[in-house]
Write a new protein. Structure first.
Length: 195
């Protein structure tokens, strides 16, 4: 697992008690899920494997929280978070499960990331390329190359956004914006990728 300097910055800016907790959680993630990647999602450190978030950790004024992404599958009824994550309010290192228990949780989250979430179909929803969007892509080779280079889910986000437009003017505006972003190699929700 490579270290993301943004996670280093997040931990460094946290209060001393939180920094210790976040550092321990990060160490356990590196140990139990070495192939996971670090990232910042919604402004907090996240650990991702197989295209799925394993867990996110966050620091607050007086506590930290850990949210496992597929907690219901991982922990059953205990997977219901009360706003403080599945481990409750973590105010000190003593509030964390021991290293072996943390490793088991993280390793189980990693194993779950190799399977589709419960209730999700294993076959992806097909892209429905609107004819006007297809014509606009054909007229802009850089945008077409950007679109074709994205994975199916990223292409589908553009298609859904354009197909959901109720008025022709809205659709035309979205198509123009999509062509601009695609020519720059940007995914539909590029503004939120590094939050």
């Amino acid at each position: 697992m490579t270290r993301d300097p943004r996670v280093d910055d997040y931990i460094a800016k946290a209060a001393p008690f939180a920094s210790a907790i976040l550092t321990r959680l990060r160490e356990r993630a590196h140990h139990a899920a070495p192939e996971a990647e670090e990232a910042i999602k919604w402004g907090a450190p996240a650990f991702i494997a197989n295209g799925q978030i394993l867990f996110i950790m966050a620091a607050f004024k007086a506590h930290c929280a850990v949210n496992f992404w597929r907690a219901k599958e991982l922990l059953g009824d205990k997977g219901e978070a009360d706003g403080m994550g599945q481990l409750g309010k973590i105010g000190s290192l003593e509030d964390l499960p021991d290293d072996a228990a943390l490793d088991r949780l993280i390793a189980s989250a990693l194993a779950l990331s190799r399977t589709p979430p419960l209730g999700k179909k294993s076959t992806p929803k097909p892209e429905k390329l609107h004819p006007e969007f297809a014509a606009a892509l054909d007229a802009a080779p850089a945008a077409r190359a950007g679109y074709d280079g994205f994975p199916p889910g990223a292409r589908r986000e553009y298609c859904d956004w354009i197909n959901e437009a109720k008025q022709d003017a809205t659709r035309a505006k979205r198509i123009a914006q999509a062509v601009e972003w695609l020519a720059e190699g940007k995914k539909r929700n590029w503004k939120y990728e590094n939050c």
